[in-house]
Ligand binder design. Structure first.
Ligand code: NDP
Length: 234
């Protein structure tokens, strides 16, 4: 693979594993961070995906330093789990702004250059919980389900321009996000996965890298679960 990839939230977790996989495949890779910096081997740009101006500045910097962005991975995400009855509007809105509005803002900015260059790959990182629902995650599943609708519509709009838009829907992956859960909850969760374990960030990254590659040139608008069979069980 050649060209430039930008991975939001690529400083850790699934995003970092994806950035590393794309770099190994031969791409020049930029990652966003929110002030914590990026690993030395990757080009880091500071960006909060909730803010359109920061998104524009980050893209401009990447384009100037590395060249036009041909692959966008919209991976930045947060959870703020609460039961619906106790979920405040700020818990709901902030999770939507980061996961859904953030994905829209970066995709919109990426599409400008991709249309000019008549091609590109956009991969959005949603979650299998968007397909199944999850107790305590009404905000998160609403955002992730919204990303799927967004991706399908964008895929239809952009197909004739040679731009694909796809979604990877991870199940349980071992990262800081899931390390926050108590050990007992993680053991219980793993027991419900047909493969009886959490996935590694590299396993989600491999699916993202495939959808970002030339090999996926005729794949658009799909949702690819990477979940050890979890979504089959519900
Ligand atoms: P982590 O918590 O390890 O990393 C989250 C990343 O998102 C960090 O790089 C963080 O940046 C970035 N981020 C958060 N908010 C913003 C923001 N406003 N602007 C820019 N960047 C932001 O999560 P994972 O690696 O586990 O998750 C990556 C994606 O995969 C997320 O979208 C998540 O919802 C999804 N996912 C994860 C699953 C899992 O089991 N781990 C399961 C299903 C989906 P910073 O370092 O600056 O905080």
């Amino acid at each position: 693979m050649t060209g430039v990839a930008l991975v939001t939230g690529g400083n850790r977790g699934i995003g970092l594993a994806t950035a590393t996989a794309l770099a190994k495949a031969g791409m020049r890779v930029a990652v966003t961070h929110r002030g914590g910096g990026a690993p030395a081997e990757l080009f880091g740009v500071r960006c909060d995906v909730r803010d359109a101006e920061q998104v524009d500045r980050a893209f401009t910097e990447v384009e100037r330093e590395l060249g036009p962005v041909g692959v966008l991975v919209a991976n930045a995400g947060v959870t703020r789990d609460r039961l619906v009855a106790t979920m405040g509007p700020e818990d709901f809105e902030d999770v939507l702004r980061t996961n859904l509005t953030g994905a829209y803002l970066v995709a919109r900015r990426a599409v400008r250059g991709m249309v000019r260059h008549r091609g590109g790959r956009i991969v959005l990182v949603a979650s299998v919980s968007a397909l199944t629902g999850a107790r305590g995650q009404a905000n998160y599943t609403a955002a992730k389900a919204g990303m799927i609708g967004f991706a399908r519509s964008a895929a239809l709009e952009l197909a004739s321009r040679g731009i694909t838009v796809n979604v990877v829907a991870p199940g349980w992956i071992s990262t800081d996000m899931t390390d926050e859960l108590p050990e007992a909850a993680r053991v219980e969760a793993a027991a419900h996965v047909p493969m009886r374990r959490f996935g590694a960030p590299e396993e989600a990254a491999a699916a993202i890298a495939f959808l970002a590659s030339d090999a996926a040139s005729y794949v658009t608008g799909v949702v690819l679960p990477v979940d050890g069979g979890l979504s089959l069980e519900r």
